[in-house]
Design a protein around this ligand. Structure first.
Ligand SMILES: *[C@@H]1O[C@H](CO)[C@@H](O)[C@H](O)[C@H]1NC(C)=O
Ligand SMILES: *[C@@H]1O[C@H](CO)[C@@H](O)[C@H](O)[C@H]1NC(C)=O
Ligand SMILES: *[C@@H]1O[C@H](CO)[C@@H](O)[C@H](O)[C@H]1NC(C)=O
Ligand SMILES: *[C@@H]1O[C@H](CO)[C@@H](O)[C@H](O)[C@H]1NC(C)=O
Ligand SMILES: *[C@@H]1O[C@H](CO)[C@@H](O)[C@H](O)[C@H]1NC(C)=O
Length: 655
């Protein structure tokens, strides 16, 4: 059975295929850029299965408006088996070479049919089928070209693939479910589930020995189809190569197979066509009003010219010409006028699928059946801006239809194509070189910029470093300054401290001085006080002395006074005694003086009486004699006192 590829790998394959389709590198030099979506060269198919018994490859092809259409190429070695698969889409196929047997069922009965070269058939979506190639005497491979299409939308759905393996579908369930569902003995399921999964294409049964796979698949299909395969029904198919062509002349033939010819194509949207162009011929310019053609080259080489009917967007739709050879697939959209040409050296055979459920009548531009001949000649002449005559000449000349003689047409087309490709290549190269130049310039610029940047960065780095250094220096400076400041500060502090200390010392000194002064003062004061005290003492002493002296003096004085008094008293007593004495002496004296005086008085009165008698005799008085007498008297008295005192004192004091 055909091994179902995991969805992701299918997708990646698809993607890879598209990459191959679109990638300019992957396409050979004889493919113009404009056809890359609707031409798949044989070498650019993507491989789905490769075993020693067979291969399956696929191609997706787009017409630009629809698709992609999915085409697969099955190749079976003689006596090989393509294992059963469930079809997800309608499959219309053409047997290109070899022969074998197709077995399929739609669920009701098992059908079987022999296949040979040129056979075409359609299997409906939902069918389960398998193919076995015959043990051919020529050992020819069996080649089948198939297109897959969903009936409703005319589009193959890539996300689910074209078909899936029956085995995978069954064994996707757990054994428990399978046993309950199938109600088969344990060992059967055991055998089925534990069997190694076979590849999609395996060796077929031989006459004497059934293939293990064949047996297995037979059993599986039996399980699936409820053992109805015993009612196998032989079905006849349609063979293109056996059929009469629709058109044939010496330049070749063409044939279309639609539902009218092949009943199995009913309710399908796929038709089949085949063209054989002999050497130096051409399928005349024509368009398909209903269908898109997807053609596979079966033999030889050919040139295809496709005209874009729309002038709306030249970059999307261009007139193209391209060369195809056996195995290549190309698609042409409806309304696109085209012409296929064979080379002078070989015939050019291609078959294809037309994607329309409706009857497609290709419209030819030339020959007896030309659509232009049915149009009004004058209108046409105006359309072409030529005279009626010219128009007549244009349309009436060709008497042949459809397939025309065209010697060296393909060769000329090929030359033109090569020129175009060369031009394209040159343009491409120019573009590329320009791009490269641009790129180089950009790179140069980028490099320059990079260099610039690098330089700038370097500079920036330098600057940064410098800044860093400057910063470092600054930092150092700052640190130094800070250190200096700190030092200064410390010094300042030191100085301050010193000053403080000095001040303190000063203060101390001052204080000391003060104290000294104070002490001095104190001392001074004390001294002064002492002195004062001393002086006072002295004074006091002096005073005392003085007082003592005074007292002494007083005492002395008093003693003296006492003495004096005593003395005085004594003296007084003495005096008194003396005076007494004196008085007695004086009394005596006075009595003697009285007596002397009376004597003297008598003497003087005698003298006076004498002087008075003389005066009376002389005239005047004389007194001085009297005074002189008196003074002598007194002096005599004083001399008498002193003399008396000293004698008296000595007498008193006993001195
Ligand atoms: C195509 O035509 C040529 C010439 O008539 C013939 O030799 C060749 O077998 C034909 N090919 C097919 C596939 O019919
Ligand atoms: C033509 O088609 C190309 C590609 O799709 C697009 O880039 C371009 O803009 C279109 N030009 C016009 C005039 O529509
Ligand atoms: C016929 O001519 C074409 C174009 O020159 C060339 O590609 C091709 O190989 C030739 N075929 C044979 C069979 O010589
Ligand atoms: C061309 O032909 C049309 C009719 O076919 C006719 O009406 C018209 O006059 C002709 N014009 C010329 C220039 O002959
Ligand atoms: C037809 O062609 C001629 C010359 O070729 C030109 O002068 C004339 O304008 C064209 N007519 C129209 C309707 O374009």
């Amino acid at each position: 059975m055909l091994q179902k590829l995991p969805f992701s790998s299918l997708l990646s394959l698809l993607f890879f295929g598209l990459l191959l389709l679109c990638g300019s590198e992957a396409l050979s030099e004889d493919v113009p850029a404009g056809v890359r979506t609707y031409l798949v060269k044989r070498g650019h198919r993507r491989s789905l299965v490769v075993t020693e018994h067979g291969e399956i490859s696929a191609a997706e092809i787009s017409t630009g408006t629809k698709g992609p259409y999915h085409i697969q190429f099955f190749t079976l070695e003689p006596n090989s088996l393509l294992l059963p698969v469930l079809l997800h889409a309608d499959m219309v196929f053409y047997v290109h070479t070899g022969n074998g047997k197709l077995s399929w069922t739609d669920g009701t009965e098992m059908k079987r049919m022999n296949l040979q070269r040129g056979d075409v058939y359609r299997l409906q979506a939902g069918s389960v089928f398998f193919v076995q190639s015959n043990q051919d005497s020529e050992r020819q491979r069996m080649r089948i070209h198939a297109i897959f299409s969903n009936t409703d939308e005319d589009v193959y759905e890539p996300s689910i693939g074209a078909y899936s393996s029956i085995r995978d579908m069954v064994l996707g369930f757990d054994r428990k479910v399978l046993q309950a569902a199938f109600k088969v003995p344990e060992e059967v399921l055991e055998e089925i589930t534990s069997a190694t999964k076979p590849p999609a294409v395996v060796p077929a049964v031989t006459k004497d020995r059934k293939s293990v796979y064949w047996e297995l698949e037979d059993r599986l299909v039996g399980i699936l189809m409820g053992n109805k395969h015993k009612k196998t029904k032989e079905t006849k198919t349609f063979n293109i190569l056996d059929a009469d062509p629709d058109f044939e002349n010496c330049n070749g033939w063409s044939l279309t197979v639609d539902k009218h010819r092949l009943r199995s194509l009913r309710h399908s949207n796929i038709g089949i066509f085949m063209v054989n162009l002999t050497k130096g011929s051409m399928m005349g310019p024509h368009w398909n009003p209903m269908a898109t053609e997807i053609a596979v080259v079966l033999h030889g080489h050919g040139m295809v010219r496709v005209v874009c009917p729309s002038t709306a967007n030249e970059s999307e739709c261009k007139n193209v010409r391209f060369k195809v050879k056996e195995g290549d697939v190309f698609a042409v959209s409806r309304f696109h006028p085209m012409a296929q040409m064979s080379f002078n050296n070989d015939s050019f055979v291609f078959m294809g699928f037309s994607t329309s459920p409706k009857r497609n009548h290709p419209q030819f531009l030339t020959g007896k059946r030309s659509i232009l001949r049915t149009l009004d000649r004058g209108i046409l002449a105006v359309s072409f801006n030529v005279t009626n005559t010219t128009m007549d000449q244009l349309l009436n000349a060709q008497e042949k239809a459809l397939i025309l003689d065209c010697t060296s047409c393909a060769e000329e087309e090929e030359t033109k194509m090569k020129e175009e490709i060369e031009k394209e290549r040159q343009e491409e190269e120019a573009r590329k070189s320009k791009e490269e130049e641009e790129k180089e310039r950009e790179e140069e610029e980028a490099r320059k910029k990079e260099e610039e940047k690098e330089r700038e960065e370097e500079e920036a780095q330098k600057r940064e470093e410098e800044e860093e250094q400057a910063k470092k220096r600054e930092e150092e400076e700052r640190e130094r300054e800070a250190a200096a400041a700190k030092k200064r500060e410390e010094e300042e502090r030191e100085r301050e401290r010193e000053e403080e200390e000095a001040k303190k010392r000063e203060e101390e000194k001052e204080r000391e001085e003060e104290e000294a002064k104070k002490r001095e003062e104190e001392k001074e004061r004390e001294r002064e006080e002492e002195e004062t005290r001393k002086r006072e003492e002295e004074k006091r002493q002096k005073e005392e002395e003085r007082r003592r002296e005074q007292e002494e003096a007083e005492r002395e004085r008093r003693r003296q006074e006492e003495e004096e008094k005593q003395r005085q008293e004594e003296e007084e007593q003495e005096e008194a005694r003396r005076r007494e004495e004196e008085k007695r002496q004086q009394e005596e004296q006075r009595q003697r003086e009285e007596a002397a005086r009376r004597e003297h008085e008598e003497a003087r009165r005698q003298e006076e009486e004498k002087a008075k008698e003389r005066e009376r005799r002389e005239g005047g008085g004389e007194q001085p004699e009297e005074e002189e007498v008196e003074a002598r008297k007194e002096d005599q008295e004083r001399k008498g006192d002193e003399g008396i005192g000293r004698r008296t004192l000595r007498k008193v004091w006993n001195l």
